[in-house]
Design a protein around this ligand. Structure first.
Ligand code: HEM
Length: 507
């Protein structure tokens, strides 16, 4: 009683009003899918459907896909997301008629200094930057980068040597992570961090931090989007500032050295420098070139976009092969016949290896590094009898799509023959999206495939992977954005004998 009297009537009215607004605000936007006639799990206040049994978001997609078939609605905190798995709708949204309505991804707005990176840019700015960057990924450029990659793949196999000799259990990412980051840094701005030898160097530490969004900030901005403009003005960023600043400082230093000397290079930075406009305000040239700030943002984002995704792909590839020794042996036979006597790996021959391509494709089906694609509707648009309102976030549950039993019989099984030359023709391209699709798809697809294939071929020329008692089967998946295991994947390596390449029919 004394407690009630402690506050005045006005204070009580204010407090109750505040609580009512808080509760109402928490529910606001829920119900939109009911109005649209779209099924989906029931949201709870503020959390939406995200906290359902504390699930990993892409595993939740998988469960929803089984329950609601090809379309459903979820709420990431208060943000409604229309999940679309229907291949015809995906074609319309990602590639064909409606791409102009779905050009952009979700913009968290708290992008810090990376606001003009190609993956975050929007509309005309995105179009201009993407057009300028595209020539960096032509076959000619990729071939030039192949020799840089080979330098690092050799170091990778050297570093695995002692582990195999000593019959040690390896944490697979400790090898493929440094390989991936060294390839990215060398191909993008010709800096060799030699992370394979120095795995604790700051470059790799910062790259690992980059996509670890601060959880509380993420929840806050998602629950209270009205505060976004204020947070943005205060310079708050979801990307850890120290990590962006570190990488940007490396890129700036390299660029300044290039500017002050006549030294040139074949890396991506050099290509972008050639596209630099005279000044930030040179409006006439701006539509053709990049500003200083944009150049630094692109190279920074390339490193981050390519490092983790490619390292994850390699880690899951090693894991899948270790669990499927027959498939690994068949792949080794293809490798040995393409490059006899552990001969040097060559670009053309590598890219034409059919079984290797099937194995990598199947691995990316089971473990797509990026488990969801996103697009935002710029206008209200009707697709396949569904009216998608302006501002609605459309999400493509790639992980669930890749494990749809109607599209992929025995979806949990690792079966590279699904992607054999004959079977490949029957795959609807909108049912297999490890690199996305359409004008906004991954820019580094061919680069990534080359880097992954090269490393795996050189490693398998010399070693075989096997599971051991430390290998976790099945894996527990992490809640973080990428498809990755909670605990590191551990495997054993066995040295292949010099002659095994061509003589041992069982190997
Ligand atoms: C196995 C490795 C990789 C995978 C699985 C992967 C996957 C993806 C996916 C799924 C997207 C989104 C596509 C969409 O929304 O439709 C994407 C975007 C992107 N990726 Fe990759 N990626 C990989 C490696 C790389 C590499 C090595 C680079 C750079 C050298 C790169 C650069 C980019 C860029 C710049 C974008 C944004 C494109 C845009 O917004 O226009 N990626 N990637």
């Amino acid at each position: 009683m004394g407690f009630i009297l402690f506050f005045s009537l006005e204070t009580w009215i204010l407090l109750i009003t505040f609580i009512c607004i808080f509760v109402m605000y928490g529910h606001w936007t829920f119900g939109i899918f009911e109005k649209m006639g779209i099924p989906g799990p029931k949201p709870v206040m503020y959390w939406g459907t995200i906290a359902r049994h504390n699930r990993v978001h892409f595993l939740d997609d998988y469960e929803c896909a089984q329950k609601y078939e090809r379309i459903w609605g979820v709420y990431e905190f208060r943000k409604p997301m229309l999940a679309v798995m229907d291949p015809d709708m995906l074609k319309t949204i990602l590639v064909k008629e409606c791409f102009t309505y779905f050009t952009n991804r979700r913009n968290f707005r708290l992008n810090g200094d990376l606001y003009d990176a190609v993956s975050l840019a929007e509309d005309d700015q995105w179009r201009r930057i993407r057009n300028i960057l595209s020539p960096s990924f032509t076959s000619g450029h990729l071939k030039e980068m192949f020799s840089i990659m080979k330098h690092h793949s050799r170091k990778l196999t050297d570093s695995l040597q002692s582990k195999a000799h000593n019959d040690e259990v390896i944490i697979v990412k400790d090898f493929f992570g440094p390989y991936s980051i060294d390839v990215m840094a060398s191909c993008i701005f010709s800096v060799d961090f030699d992370s394979i030898k120095n795995p604790s160097n700051p470059f790799i530490t910062h790259a690992n931090q980059m996509f670890k969004f601060p959880l509380l900030l993420y929840i806050f901005q998602a629950c209270f989007p009205i505060f976004l403009p204020l947070l943005e003005r205060l310079g708050v960023s979801l990307f850890p500032k120290s990590s962006t600043a570190f990488l940007k400082s490396v890129a700036e230093k390299v660029k300044a050295e290039r500017n002050s000397s006549s030294q040139t290079s074949d890396d991506m930075l050099e290509h972008l420098i050639k596209c630099q406009t005279a000044s930030e305000n040179d409006k006439e040239k701006k539509h053709k070139g990049l500003t200083e700030h944009e150049i630094i943002s692109q190279v920074t984002m390339f490193v981050f976009a390519g490092y983790e995704t490619s390292a994850i792909a390699l880690v899951f590839l090693a894991y899948s092969l270790a669990r499927n020794p027959e498939i690994m042996k068949r792949l080794q036979r293809e490798i040995d016949s393409t490059f006899p006597n552990k001969g040097p790996v060559e670009y053309e021959a590598l890219m034409q290896m059919e079984y290797l391509d099937s194995v990598v494709s199947e691995c990316l089906r089971l473990y797509p590094s990026i488990p969801r694609l996103e697009r935002v509707a710029k206008e209200t648009v009707k697709i396949s009898e569904i009216t998608i309102p302006k501002g609605m976030l459309v999400m493509v549950p790639v992980y669930a799509l890749h494990r749809d039993p109607e599209l992929w019989p025995e979806p949990e099984e690792f079966k590279p023959d699904r992607f054999s030359k004959e079977n490949k023709q029957n795959i609807n391209p909108y049912t297999y999206l490890p690199f996305g699709a359409g004008p906004r798809s991954c820019m580094g697809t061919r680069f990534a495939l080359m880097m992954v294939k090269l490393a795996m071929v050189e490693v398998l020329q010399n070693f075989s992977f096997s599971v051991c008692k430390e290998t976790e089967i099945p894996l527990e998946m992490d809640v973080a954005g990428f498809v990755s295991p909670v605990r590191p994947i551990k495997l054993k390596l066995k040295m292949r004998s010099i002659s095994s390449a061509n003589v041992d029919p069982c190997n």
